[in-house]
Design a protein around this ligand. Sequence first.
Ligand code: SF4
Length: 328
Amino acid sequence: MSDLLQVKNLYTSFNTEDGVVPAVNGISFNLKHGESLGIVGESGCGKSVACLSIMRLIGHPGKVEADEIKLDGTELQALSEKKMRSMRGNDMAFIFQEPMTSLNPVYTIGFQLQEAIQLHQGLNKEQSQHKSIEMLEMVGIPRAEKVFSEYPHSLSGGMRQRAMIAMALSCEPKILFADEPTTALDVTIQAQILELMTDLRQRINTSIIFISHDLGVISEMVDRVIVMYCGIIIEDTDVRTLIKNPRHPYTIGLINSKPRIDVELERLEPISGSVPNPLNMPSGCPYHPRCESAMEICREKLPENHEIKDGHRVCCWLFSELGGKIKS
Ligand code: SF4
């Protein structure tokens, strides 16, 4: 599979009254055609900001810089705002956690779907209505023709999220960003929506980036996972390796702090300490104040990203020659 998305050294920061808040600190990753990638980390680690930066949805006072943000060979940073607007929807789509933040309460579901389809696909009114109803049916909304004329408030949370998915996928984007798409839903509805997205990904062959704070939720659905901490990628590997053989101390902490059905644990082990204030980031590795394996060098220098085995990358001094020497 060839690369669909290539991101190299992406930085995003926000100018605030208290100073510059770095949200994303030089992340690089690729996504292949048809691949599903999970981005996991605690709130504020930069996962959503990174994806919004790729879609150029960070407004003032945010600042985005990158060596490369390429979608299917096109450098997105070189595109005009008009061209970028047409790519959002046609080539890239975003599903937010709470559908009511994206659906307009004063327009019917059908009007909003039709508007997106007409704008991006150039279909006439009748064709776009037909396609809208087809999309509502495809995402499993019963009585799709009736729902077409209803307003968002008359639908349940799960149905609204399905309508959002229909809207995001209506133009068959090459890449779909799903930001905690099921967090606001009941557990049973969550499972249905996740299953629906997996099924649609296979049918439409869209690449998906799932953003979540919960590794358990997305581990069933993605091929690969990136773990973020304080704006950097600390581990990147296939989902199986990450669950069975995590190497970064933070990832190990994340996995040990979750109940598991296959392992009997007397008690869960929470990660000690808390995420640092982004206005006052620790020197060196940002995880060092919480890390039981921290060494001298961890307090001084940010570790480099090392490939430890077949595409398994870890950003930790424990896996570098330099860190090893200092440790011994
Ligand atoms: Fe811990 Fe050092 Fe690795 Fe950071 S670089 S995770 S502080 S061992």
